[in-house]
Design a binder for this molecule. Structure first.
Ligand code: SAM
Length: 501
């Protein structure tokens, strides 16, 4: 049965949740930091203990967050004005021998400013046992959802598309910066649960059913976000939330080729993706070949950020476990053998995972870059994506050497100089130096001593050309030679935000 939580039932739930404090502020305040953190690690006991004397809020915490069965009368009190019979008929609650249990996962979610509620399928059976998930399972807020939300640029835009909305989490976050929201999904169950998410959260989103870009074929958007079913392997759909039915990384290839066509001029698409590392092929060659190259869509700036690479065995084991399958069961062994055989036949040596940012510019010289950023990041990537796009535009406007030489640059405040020295006969002998940003992705660039001297002078007063002339005079070198040697590195430092125009 596809649950059907009507708009009036959802409005009633919102009223009940607000009344008892079942929200992003009330639940952590009740549980306290330790029990809240334990719950996030799937350890329910501290939260159960903390909720014992908490009246209706405790009932809803145990019912929706811990999967407990609660007495029918207590649930009726907690959910008023919603009638229990209506909640059962809508597929939200289920009758159990000792009371009522939840048939769906309903949880508060926020971004630090706004608070919402997200409805998805339960991942555990009553009693806490994890079950093999059905094909149309609607995933709740997972680590991939959160990493895309954190990597999404949050600048005010007009129309935003959330492709493959699932429980609706990306659209909720987008509601803070987009004035019009459209969300699509192929799974009717996902559309029903997303509708409930939006109605309870009182967020206006137009939902459309259909595969990929079919439901929005003739439309353009200022921003597209997409956490697609990106799991790579043989072409099949065991679970709609993770399998595209397309072989290998074809889903990422198709989306990277198609999304720019749906963007308005200057519009940005951001998606999560997996890409194959195939024997004898560099991953950047593979992913950049996916970009559109026809006259209809030219000039797409593209930034591929690789956050992780897994070997095939690790990758397959991770995703088998994710779908609730015991990797040592006979069914999992068969699936694993088939999956690994497909990887071997296709010469797959690893699977990369990361973010793709695409901007439709119309420029004749778009910037296309692939970067390996596997270290933990200090800050969420979203802010950096906006900065990266701004810097890429600035560099395009200053592509001419004369324009760059006329710029007044300064070092970003977060930049530090790191020097490495070795002991020598006369004390410490400097052998290497680098500048590093202590924020964002922590980019680090090695420097020789003329470059270090140049950067020390970048204080926003003298132009780059003036600084290079002074440096050339000080080292008795031709200015032209120093300019030619320095500008490529300066461009890299600007692109990574170490030098700021
Ligand atoms: C990984 S889940 C992401 C859900 C949610 N956006 C999030 O960030 O958590 C992928 C979603 O894409 C949907 N999906 C799968 N195949 C699709 C297709 N061909 N067209 C549109 N959506 C699809 C699934 O039903 C699922 O809801």
């Amino acid at each position: 049965m596809v649950p059907w939580l009507t708009p009036s039932l959802c409005a009633g739930l919102r009223a009940a949740f607000q009344r008892v404090g079942f929200d992003v502020d009330g639940v952590p305040a009740l549980l306290g930091a330790d029990a809240h953190a334990a719950l996030a690690r799937d350890e329910p006991v501290p939260a159960r203990l903390a909720s014992v004397d908490a009246g209706s809020l405790g009932v809803l915490v145990r019912l929706f967050l811990l999967g407990d069965t609660e007495p029918a009368g207590a649930v009726a009190d907690a959910l008023a004005p919603v009638e229990v019979a209506d909640a059962i008929a809508a597929g939200l609650l289920r009758e159990a021998p000792e009371g009522l249990t939840s048939a769906l996962d309903v949880r508060p979610h926020g971004d630090g400013v706004s608070g919402w509620w997200v409805v998805s399928d339960l991942e555990t059976r009553p009693g806490g046992r994890r079950a093999a998930l059905p094909a149309d399972h609607v995933l709740g807020i997972g680590s991939a959802s959160l990493s895309l939300a954190a990597a999404t640029m949050r600048r005010p835009v007009g129309r935003l598309l959330d492709l493959g909305t699932g429980c609706g989490v990306q659209a909720l976050h987008a509601s803070r910066h987009a004035s019009q929201l459209v969300a699509t999904d192929i799974n009717p169950r996902a559309l029903a649960l997303a509708a409930a998410t939006f109605a309870i959260s009182d967020v206006l989103v137009e939902l459309r059913a259909g595969a990929w870009l079919e439901p929005v074929a003739s439309e353009r958007f200022d921003h597209i976000v997409c956490n697609p079913p990106f799991v790579t392997g043989p072409p099949r759909v065991r679970h709609t939330y993770r399998d595209s039915g397309l072989a290998g990384d074809t889903v990422a290839a198709r989306l990277a080729g198609a999304l720019p066509r749906q963007l308005s001029d200057g519009g940005v698409a951001q998606l999560l993706a997996c890409w194959l590392h195939v024997k004898g092929q560099d991953w950047p060659d593979r992913v950049t070949s996916w970009l559109p190259h026809d006259d209809a869509v030219s000039g797409v700036d593209a930034w591929f950020v690789q956050r992780d690479v897994a070997d095939p065995a690790h990758y397959v084991g991770t995703w088998l476990r994710d779908s609730g399958v015991d990797p040592s069961s006979p069914a999992a062994r068969r699936e694993s053998e088939e999956w690994l055989a497909w990887m071997a036949e296709n010469q797959v040596e690893g699977v990369g995972f990361g973010f793709i940012t695409l901007r439709r510019t119309g420029a004749t010289d778009p910037t296309v870059l692939c970067e390996d950023l596997r270290e933990p990041m200090v800050d969420p990537l979203g802010e950096e994506v906006g900065g990266w796009l701004d810097r890429v535009s600035w560099l395009r406007e200053h592509a001419d050497d004369a324009a760059l030489l006329a710029a007044r640059l300064r070092l970003a405040p977060s930049v530090v100089l790191e020097e490495v020295s070795q002991p020598g006969p006369d004390g410490w002998r400097p052998v290497a130096a680098a500048v590093r940003r202590t924020d964002g992705p922590g980019w680090r660039h090695e420097l020789d001593s003329p470059a270090a001297a140049l950067l020390a002078g970048c204080q926003g007063t003298l132009t780059l050309g003036e600084l290079l002339e002074l440096l050339a005079a000080a080292h008795d070198e031709p200015t032209g030679k120093l300019v030619a040697a320095s500008l490529p590195g300066v461009r890299e430092l600007v692109r990574h935000g170490l030098l700021v125009p």
